[in-house]
Design a protein around this ligand. Structure first.
Ligand code: 5GP
Ligand code: MN
Length: 331
């Protein structure tokens, strides 16, 4: 981490602050961005949150989420915010391809750029870094960042706690993985502040529609292939599945984890042919097997050791065949 005093000094001047996170934002991306915004909004700044693409409906309960600017819906407004920013916070991503096509706007901006993130191999595009791959989530890092700022004029409200708890909960799968002693300490602090953790859990995890249930049923019944010799499983969805089940962003969130619920499974892949034809992969693993390596080496992606993602320009069948072919070398 860079010297905290540098950013403390920067934040003494009233600034236009843009907070941007990755495309297809998840609970951690959105929670960290809104949590930091609500904190910095206490003065003397003007803060805007930018989401490159739309957010899953399940996160509608988050305070001020409707104030976020979605690039895909408001391109000019997004570019104006970035153009006038004095400081740009880049949260929950570490490579500019994750905010396509806004990379150019970030590169060309004279703003002071801050990266707060927990993915492997950060790109050198920022001026100030808090990059920690041991942390559970960017929300955990934002809480630590707030503590380090030690600004007596600001406090962590229940709304901020709700945002940060959300990202911790989603990135740790409700404290099932990627945990560390700090994240339990911070969860405890957030609960003391008054976060309604039961309600947040209910909002996120008990909000399925019947259609989402049927997508899960179809995926497990008809689209799951196991490779028991390699302790691996694949769920694949075709473009036709997307059409037939009207699958939207967020409907397949968490699907890949079901594979790891089968005893003995150590690697899980969810490979899908998106409606516009792109092939996307979500990879998960247990223990020392690095799906980050696998995604980076073969599928133009990255992420974390046990949770990564990527894409492919091959057909769905060829991508599945490639996954099966390259997997053994990673075990
Ligand atoms: P998910 O499978 O949930 O989309 O992503 C799992 C993890 O991999 C996330 O931490 C995400 O940031 C990372 N990830 C997903 N897709 C990509 C990608 O295309 N490139 C990189 N570098 N990371 C990705
Ligand atoms: Mn994250």
């Amino acid at each position: 981490m860079d010297n905290i005093q540098d950013i403390v000094d920067k934040l003494k001047t009233p600034s236009n602050i843009a907070i941007i996170t990755h495309r297809n934002p998840d609970g951690d991306a959105i929670g960290s961005s809104l949590g930091l915004k609500l904190f910095l909004d206490q003065g003397p700044h003007k803060c805007d949150v930018i989401l490159p693409s739309e957010f899953p409906k399940v996160f509608h309960y988050l305070p001020e989420i409707d104030g976020a600017t979605v690039y895909d819906l408001e391109k000019d407004k997004t570019k104006q915010i970035l153009k006038h920013a004095d400081i740009i916070f880049c949260l929950d991503f570490n490579s500019l391809d994750r905010i396509d096509p806004l990379a150019l706007d970030i590169n060309e901006s004279d703003a002071y750029k801050v990266m707060i993130d927990h993915h492997i191999d950060p790109e050198p595009f920022a001026d100030w870094y808090m990059s920690d791959t041991e942390s559970s989530s960017t929300c955990e890092l934002i809480y630590r960042f707030i503590e380090l700022l030690d600004d007596k004029n600001k406090s962590v409200s229940v709304d901020i706690a709700t945002c940060l708890f959300t990202g911790i909960l989603t990135d740790t799968g409700s404290f099932k993985y990627a945990t560390n002693p700090e994240v339990y300490r911070i969860a405890s602090e957030l609960k003391k502040i008054g976060v309604d953790d039961y309600q947040i859990n209910d909002n996120i995890f008990n909000s399925w529609t019947a259609r989402q249930m049927s997508i899960l049923g179809h995926s497990l019944r008809n689209r799951l292939q196991l490779m028991p010799d390699h302790h691996a499983g694949i769920i694949s969805l075709t473009k036709a599945d997307y059409q037939k089940y009207q699958i939207a962003r967020g409907d397949t969130e968490g699907l890949v984890n079901y594979i790891l619920m089968i005893k003995g499974m150590k690697v899980a892949a969810f490979i899908r042919e998106m409606p516009h034809g792109e092939i996307r992969l979500s990879l998960r693993s247990k223990g020392e097997i690095s799906v980050q390596d696998l995604a980076r080496t073969h599928f133009s992606g990255g992420g974390h050791k046990n949770a990564s993602g990527g894409s492919s320009t091959d057909s769905l069948e060829d991508t599945i065949a490639k996954f099966k072919e390259v997997l053994p070398a990673f075990l």
